[in-house]
Write a protein that binds this ligand. Sequence first.
Ligand SMILES: Nc1ncnc2c1ncn2[C@@H]1O[C@H](COP(=O)(O)OP(=O)(O)O)[C@@H](O)[C@H]1O
Ligand SMILES: [Mg+2]
Length: 568
Amino acid sequence: MQKDLKPSLVFAVSIWCIALLVYVCISAVMIFRDKSDMFAAKAAEITTSLDRRIAQNFAFVKSLEVFSTISGVESMKVFGSLVQHIMDACPRIHLIHLYELPKGDGLSHAALVASFPSATDVAAIPAVLPTVINQPRGMIRGFADPRFPGRYFTTTHIENGNAHYAIIMLLDVAEMIKPILQSGAPEVEWIIGSVPAILLNDEQDSFFSPWLRLERTIVPGLHKTASEDVTNFPEGTVFRISETVDLSELFNPLGLAAYCSLSAAAVAAAYYSLHQRRLSQRLRQSEEEALGRAARLEKENRLEHAARVNAIGELAAGIIHELAQPLTSLLSQSQASLKTLEENQTHVDFLKRAMDANVRDAKRAGRILGKIRDYIVNTVAVPEITTLNSAILEIVDILNLEIKQRNVSLVLCLAEPSPVANINRIELEQVIHNLVRNSIEALGTLEQPQKRITIQTIADHTANIIQVSDNGPGLSQDTLAQLFQPFFTTKNSGMGLGLSLSQRIVQRVGGLLTASNKDGAVFTITLPKVEPVPATEPHRMVLAVDAARDRQLEHAINHFTASKRFAG
Ligand SMILES: Nc1ncnc2c1ncn2[C@@H]1O[C@H](COP(=O)(O)OP(=O)(O)O)[C@@H](O)[C@H]1O
Ligand SMILES: [Mg+2]
């Protein structure tokens, strides 16, 4: 039973594993979707914030333009205090320079009018002056220069009458980004023109990165004109935010633990109830099998009992036959001697008394034999219309288990509709039982691998036939000659009454029981033909024993059967 249960346990565990896998996948997809939504919100926030800062820088430069073109010491003071104010408020602005540009292209004579903070990177800034001089007048622009890593410029070229001015603002890219990344730390890449202005938190690619990367690319400093979207970065700019979701983030350990325990409990409960159902099914099955076995055993006992009763009859008939004749001659001889003694008075009294006793005992023995004969005569089996196939199936049902256990295969070739015969059903079953049992016993002595018993019914024109054959050792000439004689047996524990009794039963209804050889032993029961009639009443036990008739005799028989067990 344990063995049978193992596959279903494996099945339950597999179901649980599959369910767990499905749960893990679905929950991972849902977590990834949540993360993706959160990232999209974060990216939108960062974009807005960056755009606002870029616009702010441009606004600072715009306001400085106004004061830069007014000549005079006072205006320079106002310019200076405005720059100071801006730089104090915005740590991302590293420096602001104001240049006065000479007319024509005498760039080398460009004069630094104001520098904030003073003397910082003064020497370096003229390097970008040619770019500023060539940019369209009155347009504020942003660009990066590889000579100033991590920084970018916001510049303007102002033309006021004959005078030209340039304002150069240098910004720290990291400072621009820093406050907007406080909400989290995605990977950031900002390329201005072809210069990589910043690269932050660049993660190493893993196997899962392509599937687990969230990414957003924007163009900062974009603003709308009537006809198109333009940016103040003339060489173009790209700002990319990306985030790689770690595989471990896709698992919710609490949810997983809860799911594991709940699903395991559900699967265990389902398995347990299935297991219980199976157990009770098995119990029911074995109970039914036990009942079936008990019923079969009871039937077999009944058959055996009937066989024993018949065997006693057989035995008694033998005893009567054997004893009747010597008893008769003993009686007649004793009577003749007695008569001679009475006529001839010379004989002694003693002899007379002995002869008297002889006569008395012989008469008594004769009476006992007579009673036994009476008893046998009263053991009547009433013939009835019996369906041959159903009688065979009844016996097959009884002996089937034993046939299987002995590894014998049973072949049934039953004519349809079933032939019938006018024979007591119990007695016919007894005959078939004897024949099949003999075949089982004959096959039991063999080692051959394919043991077979065949039972056949044949409806002939003149008779109905049952044939029981086997592929056993068959019948020797010697056995064939004595087979049906009472007490003939070749078995150690056999009684040798089965076949003689069977023959008597069959002959009593006008049939024949014959034996022959063909691949083994063949026994043929030939029964006189009767027309099939519809079955009316269930068959009943028809062996009647008139027990009250002679108590003494019954005791004698009981004693006899107890001391010797009869079988076919
Ligand atoms: N199918 C058979 N194959 C071989 N021998 C058989 C078969 N049936 C009967 N015999 C022989 O006939 C004998 C008499 O059988 P039976 O009258 O049933 O008495 P028992 O079975 O007690 O020996 C058996 O001992 C056996 O030698
Ligand atoms: Mg027998």
